[in-house]
Design a binder for this molecule. Structure first.
Ligand SMILES: NC(=O)c1ccc[n+]([C@@H]2O[C@H](COP(=O)([O-])OP(=O)(O)OC[C@H]3O[C@@H](n4cnc5c(N)ncnc54)[C@H](OP(=O)(O)O)[C@@H]3O)[C@@H](O)[C@H]2O)c1
Length: 281
């Protein structure tokens, strides 16, 4: 029996993937902030005969306390992690600061993947063919990292913050082999393209209605979208890091995957985490 940790595992792609893995006999720890969807997932797991293999771990991943809770609970309850899947996200049209003084999109979309990914590496390395599956937007909508304003204090725009998060995630994956040159864990950056989920729920009207209408017409259903993701978990690519747009492999070239920028972001992120810890003392 394999063990998968899925952030954002109670809705959309994360939920669909979790149920797919539970139904075939795997163990799933689904992380999300809302209790209602967590309990609904457990009820569905019970109907599928997987109650004893489904865990709901409630944590607000926009906060460092929530990220650390996940690391601590997974370490305490699991010997090895076969797959760590990142799918937690929430669009914010208005700038919001977390209890750590960070911009919400940066904290949830990028930083939680940084902190939990590094925090669970030891447990991943104990598995046979471990994978970090980062579901995001490689090769998708453009966006850039504003190095002197990572917390989007100047003229916040929700889409700009989301796209900056996407570029940070690309660099997080691109820099993985340099951090863990001897690791067996494979890092996969995966863009599912348009999938019919509740992703548009936090959008302001009329954008929400338009996006939901388009999703009904053109987006892939979750059940279909999770199949290639599960395939990559079962049969991880040979290179240490890869990026896909659905089943199409993307070249890891260009500024989105630049090694110097990846090293710079790693340093900036490490410094930021140290500053927050220092300020708390
Ligand atoms: N859907 C698409 O068309 C599409 C396209 C490209 C990329 N993607 C990527 O695919 C991934 C999954 O997207 P999706 O559309 O399936 O998302 P979704 O349906 O909106 O689900 C998001 C999940 O994240 C959780 N979440 C939100 N805020 C959280 C917080 N503060 N702490 C912990 N968990 C939180 C939600 O549960 P709670 O609200 O209860 O916390 C939910 O389980 C994302 O990374 C997204 O960027 C999606």
């Amino acid at each position: 029996m394999r063990t998968y940790v899925i952030t954002g595992g109670t809705d959309g792609i994360g939920r669909g993937l979790g149920l797919y893995l539970l139904r075939r006999g795997d163990r799933v720890i689904a992380v999300a902030s809302g209790e209602r969807k967590g309990h609904a997932l457990l009820a569905e797991a019970e109907r599928s005969g997987a109650a004893d293999r489904a865990v709901f771990l409630r944590a607000d991943l926009s906060t460092l306390a929530g990220m650390r809770k996940v690391i601590d609970e997974v370490r305490a309850t699991t010997d090895a992690v076969d797959g760590l899947v990142f799918g937690a996200q929430r669009f914010r049209s208005v700038r919001e600061e977390t209890e750590d003084g960070l911009e919400f999109t940066f904290a949830l979309g990028y930083l939680s993947r940084f902190v939990i990914g590094h925090g669970l590496m030891e447990h991943l390395e104990r598995a046979d063919r471990p994978v970090i599956m980062n579901i995001a937007g490689p090769g998708g909508l453009p966006g850039r990292i504003v190095w002197d304003d990572l917390q989007s204090r100047r003229g916040y725009k929700g889409m700009r913050a989301a796209m900056q998060g996407s570029r940070c995630i690309d660099l997080l994956g691109a820099g993985f082999p340099a951090r863990y040159p001897d690791a067996r864990t494979r890092y996969v950056l995966y863009n599912p393209l348009f999938v019919n989920t509740g992703m548009a729920d936090p959008l302001p009207q009329p954008k929400r209605a338009v996006t939901k209408g388009l999703a009904r017409l053109f987006a892939q259903p979750v059940d279909k979208a999770v199949v290639p993701i599960a395939r990559l978990l079962d049969d991880p690519p040979k290179p240490a890091v890869t990026a896909f747009r659905r089943s199409r492999a993307l070249p890891l070239t260009g500024k989105d995957f630049d090694q110097a920028a990846a090293a710079r972001l790693h340093q900036v992120t490490t410094d930021l985490l140290a500053e927050i810890t220092q300020a708390r003392r």
